[in-house]
Design a protein around this ligand. Structure first.
Ligand code: PHE
Length: 472
């Protein structure tokens, strides 16, 4: 039997909801735009041969991640429930609920390790505001990469400091989520996203006018196919899923607060466009500056915490005010991006706990914050005193990252495309895509082909390619 009784489901709604279409787009784009765009994307681009990686990435966004996003929207918008509740409503008693359970579990894990890096960001923001990032300048040529490397390593391996920043960051996230949908998530997304976009455009203009910027731009826009290895291709799918926040039911949760009139296809496209634009613009901020001081672009995760402080430092020694403003704005940007994403991770868990256990939102949020603080502290300690503590050969941070990005996101995405493409009633899906028949969606057929065939097969092939070697 096909699942999903549309009439019955849309009637029930005593929950929060977004107040405007702008709120819908900014909150969803806020979830998507995050450390994934500004920290992870440039790192992956650096390792994967610049523009060649970007091309593959764009293909995956269009063919795999965007269809999953649409499926999440269809599930959440029609069921009007949290990630687990939505499956229970649309397919009562059926095992599809596993997709929701994996999502909520993934929500806890992702928020825990993400907040650690967000905590580092908060520390760097404070440091740059106090002008202390420049304090490390030691040599005549100002290019002592090791100094920043050392201070970064000393900071992240400290047992207490990073946990303190992690806690402050989680409290900020908590504060927004506890206030609810319209007064919390929507209100703060409307405040933070325009700020974030303005800072990005400003910094990009700035970075492109620096001497030597052309080389960085060339790296970003000229494909070097020699660098494309199978790992680069696999990494591109992981990056596409992570960056669009798909596979964990985060967008199932958000779309359950969309109004009935919200256009799902248009919203999904807008979110994909904004997210991709921010990723590429971040590359245009980072690579010209990195090339300017002649540092290899494949510096890895230390790129924004080790390489960039070097660049800021150099700028600072030539033009102090410019260097100061550049550094500060960059870390504020990173912090805003992290916060709008962590809010959405928190909401996956808070929505589930408050609806499932019929707990007040504020109480549910406290539980989530507390659990993530404990798990996050474990992740943070895995850079310092707990370096030797491993589970399945990985420290906590790595383990959580690996579980979410390599297992839960692709598997969740796969299940959701199968659920919407093959299990849900076709009429319900069409109604969701056309807003109850009021919109003609010319894209309907191609979208359905993507959802039913291209995305599940593509995700499965890539997932198996990534997983099988682990067990050989
Ligand atoms: N998309 C976010 C980023 O790019 C990360 C994220 C993953 C957010 C999963 C929510 C859920 O940083």
């Amino acid at each position: 039997m096909k699942g999903g009784n549309y009439e019955l489901i849309t009637m029930d709604s005593n929950r929060g909801s977004f107040g405007s279409q702008l709120g819908v787009i900014l909150a969803s784009a806020g979830s998507a735009v995050g450390l994934g765009n500004i920290w992870r994307f440039p790192t992956e681009v650096g390792r994967g041969g610049g523009a060649a990686f970007i091309l593959i990435y764009l293909g995956f966004i269009l063919l795999l991640a965007m269809p999953v996003m649409l499926c999440e929207f269809i599930i959440g918008h029609s069921a009007r429930s949290n990630a687990i509740g939505a499956f229970q409503k649309l397919s009562p008693g059926k095992p599809w609920v596993v997709a929701g359970i994996m999502g909520v579990l993934g929500g806890f894990l992702v928020l825990s390790f993400y907040s650690v890096v967000a905590g580092w960001t908060l520390h760097y923001t404070v440091q740059s505001a106090l002008g202390q990032l420049q304090g490390l300048q030691t040599t005549d040529n100002g290019l002592q990469a090791t100094d920043y490397g050392l201070s970064f390593n000393a900071f992240v391996s400290d047992p207490w400091q990073p946990i303190l920043y992690l806690a402050v960051f989680l409290l900020l996230t908590h504060f927004v989520v506890a206030r609810g949908i319209q007064h919390g998530i929507e209100r703060y997304s409307k405040l933070m996203m325009p700020m974030l976009l303005a800072i990005i455009v400003f910094l990009m203009g700035f970075s492109l006018t620096m001497p030597g910027a052309a080389e960085g731009v060339r790296f970003l826009l000229q494909p070097d196919l020699n660098e494309v290895t199978p790992e680069v291709v696999l990494g591109a799918m992981g990056q596409a899923f992570f960056s669009l926040s798909v596979g964990l039911g985060c967008l199932v949760t958000y779309s359950s607060y969309f109004s009935k009139e919200t256009r799902l296809v248009k919203s999904a496209m807008n979110v994909c466009i904004i997210d991709t634009m921010v990723a590429v613009l971040s590359g245009l901020i980072i690579f010209p500056t990195v090339f300017r001081v002649g540092i290899a672009p494949d510096a890895g995760p230390g790129l924004v915490f080790i390489t960039l402080p070097n660049v800021f430092n150099l700028t600072f020694s030539e033009m102090p005010i410019v260097g100061y403003v550049f550094a500060l704005l960059f870390y504020v940007l990173l912090l805003l991006a992290a916060l709008t994403s962590s809010i959405s991770m928190h909401e996956i868990c808070t929505a589930f706990i408050s609806e499932h256990f019929q707990a007040e939102r504020r109480r549910a949020a406290v539980v989530v914050t507390f659990i993530c603080l404990l798990l996050g502290a474990c992740c943070s300690l895995s850079f310092g005193p707990w370096q030797e503590v491993t589970v399945f050969g990985r420290g906590f941070f790595d383990l959580f990252d690996f579980t979410v990005t390599k297992f839960l996101m692709p598997l969740g995405g796969l299940l959701m495309t199968l659920f919407v493409g093959w299990y849900l009633d076709r009429k319900l899906v069409e109604r969701e895509l056309t807003n109850g028949g009021t919109l003609s969606v010319r894209l309907m057929r191609p979208l359905l082909i993507l959802i039913r065939w291209v995305a599940p097969i593509g995700i499965l092939v890539i997932f198996l390619n990534e997983i099988i070697p682990l067990f050989m």
